[in-house]
Design a protein around this ligand. Structure first.
Ligand SMILES: NC(=O)c1ccc[n+]([C@@H]2O[C@H](COP(=O)([O-])OP(=O)(O)OC[C@H]3O[C@@H](n4cnc5c(N)ncnc54)[C@H](OP(=O)(O)O)[C@@H]3O)[C@@H](O)[C@H]2O)c1
Length: 326
């Protein structure tokens, strides 16, 4: 076993092996990954943001195959209806409700929360997956820079609003789809919205993903006594429309080595289904193992700065603090 962990650690150190399809190919054999039983999520309810493309589409397919009811959340009613129909055709059952919501608009997120609270009686799994890179700096309808709004503030308001349902559902879990890009940026609490002077799409994206992971750790800390697990996972690099459209140069160079959407999404699907999810509370996971939060010392975020981030995001979300700090 020690040898297997040593090999896995070497793979993890080499970013390219870990993030590409080489990673799961090696780790699947090393650790003899098992597959969840079809039907093992029967009776459970999941909510997935961004299920109309790429990784989110792969996650909802996995969850549907395992028997879950899956609430589909994205911006376009037409695209959502297409996914719902595909899921019914592939997996059967009218168990894929649609909620139209833009994660970059707090009004829209609040309406989505109200809709879910009115229609669902339990919420076992949330996959916070929706995301985008904005090449130009854009400010959304709430006056918040768009990357931060879509990746951080909107999901925070969504999860905060759904918290009562999560807390009353046994072994509930929130899984945040972060990015290896978060390893490249420190948290800048004085420039959370990446001011125009320093703005670049990939920079704002990496910062927002780091903030997202910091918040996962803070949710986990504040809910330590509850039966709700908060974890982050990253998909490595996966062949999705999102990656091809926003980073075409990188996509063309790496194309042959990219994970399939299903391989990229596999960590999220596995966390959604595993009984033992509690051991990943507040952790960052890739390929079924907790991974470091940082790869270089200057990105380490102190507990105090994570608390300050929480307070800033509460302020931006316009909602009362869902979990005032003890
Ligand atoms: N692909 C990779 O290699 C990679 C690597 C690291 C992290 N990620 C992360 O994985 C997640 C999924 O990425 P992907 O590559 O699968 O991208 P994708 O193919 O572009 O899919 C993005 C999904 O997010 C939804 N979405 C985008 N903006 C939204 C908004 N404002 N409100 C609600 N939904 C929104 C889209 O739905 P509609 O357009 O229909 O609303 C779509 O379903 C993202 O968080 C991304 O940062 C991906």
């Amino acid at each position: 076993m020690i040898v297997r962990y040593a090999i896995d650690a070497v793979v993890e150190l080499s970013v390219i092996a870990s993030f590409t399809r080489i990673g799961p190919a090696i780790r699947r054999r090393l650790f003899a990954w098992d597959a969840a039983e079809p039907g093992s999520l029967k009776g459970r309810t999941a909510l997935v943001t961004g299920p109309t493309s790429g990784l989110g589409r792969a996650v909802v397919d996995d969850l549907a195959r395992l028997g879950a009811r899956v609430v589909l959340v994205a911006r376009s009613a037409d695209r959502l209806a297409r996914v719902r129909d595909e899921l019914i055709a592939a997996h059967g059952g009218d168990r894929f409700p649609i909620v139209v919501a833009d994660m970059g608009s707090l009004t829209s997120v609040r309406a989505a929360v109200a809709e879910v609270l009115a229609t669902e009686t339990r919420l076992d799994i949330v996959v916070d997956n929706a995301g985008a890179i904005f090449p130009e700096r854009t400010v959304g309808p709430d006056g918040i820079e768009a990357t931060l709004a879509v990746l951080v503030v909107g999901p925070f308001a969504l999860i905060g609003g759904l918290l009562p349902l999560l807390r009353t559902t046994p072994a509930a879990r929130v899984i945040a789809m972060t990015s290896g890009g978060q390893y490249t940026q420190a948290l800048d609490l004085d420039d959370l919205q990446t001011a125009a002077a320093s703005y670049a799409g990939a920079l704002a994206y990496a910062r927002a993903k780091r903030a997202q992971v910091c918040l996962v750790r803070e949710w986990a800390r504040r809910l330590a006594a509850d039966d709700v697990t908060f974890c982050a996972m990253h998909p490595g690099w996966a062949d999705t429309p999102g990656l091809a459209d926003t980073l075409p140069g990188f996509y063309n160079v790496m194309r042959r080595l990219l994970r399939t959407p299903s391989e990229g999404a596999a960590t999220a699907s596995w966390l959604a289904a595993t009984a033992d999810v509690g051991r990943f509370n507040g952790k960052l996971v890739l390929d079924r193992r907790a991974r470091p939060f940082d790869r270089v010392p200057w990105t380490v975020v102190s507990p105090a700065d994570r608390r300050h981030l929480w307070d800033q995001v509460v302020g931006l979300s316009g909602m009362p603090d869902p979990l005032p700090s003890a």
